[in-house]
Design a binder for this molecule. Structure first.
Ligand SMILES: NC(=O)c1ccc[n+]([C@@H]2O[C@H](COP(=O)([O-])OP(=O)(O)OC[C@H]3O[C@@H](n4cnc5c(N)ncnc54)[C@H](OP(=O)(O)O)[C@@H]3O)[C@@H](O)[C@H]2O)c1
Length: 295
């Protein structure tokens, strides 16, 4: 796929053209993670929607609304993170596996002292994670699953136990606050166990998910959705940044929003503010924004 030209619209630049570049030095510098964030970690999400807000196209996945401009940034974002986090709903819809850094971008990972390829973490309360997600090349690490004790009991047996992180889930309507005990009770053998679980219907607190990633040494975190998991991260106030591609399409659809909050029964909270970090434009009118959240 030929790499499309991008133009920096905001902030103003004397050299706004981001021409096709195999090494992506300029794009990587626009999207690099903060070196030493005060809290010690940084959580970025990357999503795409159409102009009218659809998050999937006719095939029920985001692959029918994304395009070459989005893919150019998508690859750089992955090359810059320690870990890609994705919810099981998206894994089931889109089939996630084998996150490899293209050879031409490995210099970015060496520069920041990162493993050759980002790790993949799948979040599921139910444990309904396709075994296909385990299909990886020999030099790519096997995915991790963050789940409940109930979920762990029904995960495909092929998932290595040391890659299964068990955390406490909170039932619908129960506050999922992380709290002093964080819902985590670490045991040996690389596995983290919970003291209780509500089974497959509850939700693990975003703070606890982040805590488990930090325990594994991963502080540059890229959340790739989907809408249900992203909605909870926004609501919990743990998201630092949202990279949002607006694809130049309109697709009237019943399924919209890049963020959702559980089944319509969850209480409505106040909106969160966002500031524009930068805005790029593709040759085909794709817009690629980086929004900063929080204080
Ligand atoms: N446009 C985009 O950028 C974009 C990005 C990603 C996905 N998508 C699309 O979004 C759709 C999937 O959406 P979705 O509604 O299924 O949302 P989702 O967030 O992808 O998945 C929801 C599932 O993730 C697990 N989960 C979420 N929060 C959890 C928590 N706190 N604790 C434990 N498990 C949790 C649960 O899995 P279990 O049921 O296994 O418990 C839940 O059913 C797909 O069509 C996909 O193509 C679009």
């Amino acid at each position: 796929m030929t790499s499309p030209e991008l133009t920096q619209l905001f902030p103003h630049s004397e050299s706004p053209d981001l021409g096709a570049s195999p090494t992506e030095f300029r794009l990587a510098s626009l999207y690099r993670f903060p070196e030493s964030p005060d809290k010690g970690w940084w959580l970025r999400a990357n999503m795409i929607s159409t102009v009218d807000g659809a998050v999937t196209g006719p095939d029920g996945s985001s692959s029918s609304i994304n395009n070459a401009a989005d893919f150019r940034v998508f690859e750089v974002l992955r090359a810059l993170c320690d870990v890609v986090v994705v919810a099981a709903g998206t894994v089931r819809a889109e089939g996630y596996r084998n996150i490899r850094t293209p050879e031409r971008l490995t210099h970015l990972r060496s520069r920041y002292g990162m493993d050759p390829h980002p790790h993949l973490v799948i979040v599921s309360a139910s444990g309904n994670v396709p075994a296909d997600a385990l299909t990886t090349d020999a030099d790519v690490s096997v995915p991790y699953v963050v789940t409940t004790s109930h979920g762990a009991s029904i995960l495909p047996a092929a998932f290595p136990s040391e890659n299964v992180i068990i955390l406490r889930a909170y039932g619908d309507g129960e506050a999922a606050g992380g709290g002093a005990d964080g819902g985590i009770d670490a045991e040996g053998g690389g596995q983290v166990r919970a003291s209780e679980s509500t089974g497959g219907s509850g939700r693990i607190a975003p703070e606890d998910i982040v805590g488990s990633l930090l325990e594994l040494g991963w502080s540059r975190i890229l959340l790739e959705g989907g809408p249900a998991l992203l909605g909870q991260f926004v609501r919990a106030g743990v998201l630092d940044e949202l990279c949002l591609t607006t694809s130049p399409l309109l697709f009237p659809s019943a399924v919209g929003r890049i963020t959702t909050i559980g089944g319509g029964s969850a209480p409505v909270g106040p909106p969160s503010g966002a500031r524009l970090g930068h805005l790029l434009k593709g040759e085909d009118s794709t817009l690629l924004a980086r929004w900063e959240l929080g204080d």
